[in-house]
Design a protein around this ligand. Structure first.
Ligand SMILES: Cc1cc2nc3c(=O)[nH]c(=O)nc-3n(C[C@H](O)[C@H](O)[C@H](O)COP(=O)(O)O)c2cc1C
Length: 252
């Protein structure tokens, strides 16, 4: 059964959006219709990099070891936060399989960022996986938002002090960040760091994601221009990601 905003709980969740009127949501529903949802598939010739592999470098010989060492690309994606008992049973054409199989949309954007600027990848993973059932995942995410929960994380960055640029990616969940991203944010000292958000979303656009991320970070944290990628356009978005990176005028 298709269901997005529904029930009283959903009405509660809608209030902040109506109140803020920000982002690029307009009066559109928060996500696109299920007909527009498709399972993410890596573009041909592109594989999600293995974080354990050395960072690729286009710098002159001798600089390979240092390039990207100060960049962290952290991301939350549903596919890394659920368990699919039998992946072969997932109908890749089924609308509800969106983001269910790795790499998730945020992971794909993260991989393209790493390909362009180097750095280390970190997948934010909760201790208690979300359901692979779309509606159940929605329900838990909604409850966590209402409760302002901080789901415990299973993965952690041991050397956060080493990074001065942190790309932070996530999907729009119920008009805002998935709550585990706030757990992640609150776990570290962001002093002196530059945060670069990247968001993937349905028709809700960025909604309140950047506002809520900004509120969660210390006031003196530099937060650069985010990119938001509409999920049906993820397949073709690598060039847009590269253009966005170039426009940040960061020295990598
Ligand atoms: C629990 C849940 C809540 C969502 N809420 C919204 C929303 O409020 N607005 C929106 O535009 N998209 C929403 N989406 C769609 C996701 O933002 C979109 O599918 C995204 O590309 C998924 O990225 P991922 O593959 O990295 O998880 C939601 C998806 C899920 C699973």
């Amino acid at each position: 059964m298709k269901r997005w905003p529904s029930l009283v709980l959903s009405a509660l969740l809608l209030l902040p959006l109506a109140a803020c009127g920000g982002g690029d949501t307009g009066s559109a529903p928060p996500v696109d219709s299920e007909e527009n949802i498709h399972t993410p598939q890596a573009p041909s010739g592109t594989n999600l990099p293995d974080p354990s592999e050395p960072v690729s470098s286009q710098e002159p010989a001798g600089q390979e070891e240092t390039e990207g060492e100060h960049i962290l690309i952290a991301y939350f994606t549903w596919a890394d936060n659920t368990v699919v008992e039998d992946p072969s049973s997932v109908d890749v054409d089924a609308t509800t399989s969106a983001s269910l199989l790795a790499p998730g949309n945020a992971a794909r954007l993260a991989a393209w960022i790493q390909e362009a600027v180097g750095g280390d990848l970190h997948s934010i993973v909760v201790e208690e996986p979300y359901s692979s059932d779309y509606d159940e995942c929605l329900d838990r995410a909604a409850e966590e938002k209402v409760d302002n929960a901080r789901p415990a994380l299973a993965t952690h960055v041991e050397n956060m002090a080493d990074y001065d640029i942190v790309f932070l990616g996530f999907p729009n969940w119920w008009y805002t960040l998935p709550m585990p991203v706030l757990t992640f944010v609150e776990e570290y000292d962001w002093s002196g760091k530059t945060v670069v958000p990247f968001v993937t979303h349905g028709t809700g656009g960025l909604s309140s994601t950047i506002r809520d991320l900004t509120a969660a970070l210390p006031e003196d944290t530099a937060i650069l221009e985010p990119i938001g990628v509409y999920r049906p356009e993820v397949d073709e978005s690598q060039a847009a990601v590269q253009d966005w990176l170039a426009g940040l005028n960061l020295e990598f």
